[in-house]
Design a protein around this ligand. Structure first.
Ligand code: HEM
Length: 327
């Protein structure tokens, strides 16, 4: 049981955990951008709307699993499990398992449609067989982990957990290869698509964890060690988002030029071109949210943004009351 004296005041708990309206807007924009992206790919490759919708569900489910596993094993750190935040981490893991159970079902169903489309277009080659095998393994490993309830320290960075994380990344890359293979494009385009999809997966999975796993688990445990662990995990996610934004933009721009060229007219004069323009707008909105979002500034160990000492503890805090935030 946490020491009652280590409880943050209700106001501070609200400051830490009730400011997630903007993250929800960000998640909606990421979903919209990915739907427009999948539609763009479907339109270029002349896929049916059913396949496009199934592929969007597949990519979102895959992203939620892959990005969630990144948070589970990389943004959670050993200190968090030995600093009074163990119960918080255990609650987060249990919550993620419940979400993962549903996500595995969506991934299995949408995966069947996506694989059937690949088979009908490029045949049963090594790529499709490999993707099918990796997907089946990912579904099995994450499905079993979601059902079994093992203590958090047995799950954290366990061989099975890291294997699942590697499998999720491999399925994202194999999907990118299959997508590019559908149109007979070269290895550079394949690498660019992998980066685009990996960045998307990391972002949507982290955003879902933040809103549906970290915030509700933290709201019911407003203690200083939890606030500190939550702030530090969020800051690790923020650092990765700083890489994800330019990666999505640059890889997206490469794919756009590859498909539509550099003539402004082909962007303003076609639906696919306008979809690309819309995606640039989505990224601009997301950058604005990233810079403004109070939750992402709240109690993260960024100079001048929040001093964890104010919460009555903070030997692990690196925050100070001076110096500007870098957003
Ligand atoms: C939040 C930002 C973004 C997200 C979440 C996102 C997500 C996606 C997704 C999920 C796909 C589908 C890939 C597939 O079906 O294999 C896609 C495709 C695409 N994206 Fe993005 N994207 C983003 C930003 C951008 C930006 C800024 C651009 C352009 C500057 C862009 C250009 C494209 C293009 C051209 C495609 C189609 C590629 C093709 O089929 O040849 N994306 N995106």
């Amino acid at each position: 049981m946490p020491d009652p004296s280590s409880h943050a005041s209700p106001a501070v708990a609200d400051d830490l955990f009730d400011k997630y309206a903007l993250p929800k807007v960000a998640l909606t924009v990421i979903l919209a951008a990915s739907l427009v992206g999948t539609w763009t790919t479907g339109r270029i490759a002349a896929q049916s709307p059913v396949v496009t919708l199934a592929k969007w569900a597949y990519l979102v489910a895959l992203g939620v699993l892959a990005g969630g596993l990144v948070w589970k094993h990389l943004f959670v750190c050993p200190d968090d499990l030995a600093s009074g935040a163990e119960e918080y981490c255990a609650a987060m893991y249990a919550r993620f398992d419940r979400i993962a159970g549903g996500v595995v079902a969506v991934l299995a169903l949408s995966g069947l449609v996506v694989l059937a489309d690949y088979v009908s277009t490029i045949g049963v080659g090594p790529l499709v067989v490999g993707l099918g095998g990796l997907l089946a393994a990912l579904l099995g490993v994450t499905g079993v982990a979601a059902i079994r309830s093992t203590p958090v320290d047995e799950q954290f960075r366990s061989p099975a957990g890291l294997f699942a994380l590697g499998l999720a990344a491999a399925v994202v890359c194999a999907t990118a290869l299959a997508e590019v293979g559908l149109r007979g494009l070269g290895p550079l385009v394949a690498g660019v698509r992998m980066l685009h999809l990996l960045a998307f997966a990391g972002w949507i999975g982290g955003a879902v964890w933040n809103i549906f796993v970290a915030v509700p688990s933290g709201q019911s445990r407003p203690t200083v060690p939890v606030a500190r662990a939550a702030g530090e995990q969020l800051e690790r996610f923020r650092r990765v988002v700083r890489l994800i934004i330019p990666t999505l933009f640059l890889t997206g721009a490469y794919q756009a030029v590859d498909a539509l060229g550099t003539d402004l007219g082909s962007y303003l004069g076609s639906l696919v071109g306008l979809a690309v323009v819309a995606k640039i707008g989505f990224v601009a909105v997301l950058i604005g949210i990233f810079l403004l979002c109070p939750m992402w500034r709240a109690c993260s160990p960024i100079d001048g943004v929040c001093d964890l000492e104010e919460l009555g503890g903070g030997e692990r805090s690196t925050a100070s009351a001076e110096g500007p935030s870098d957003g």
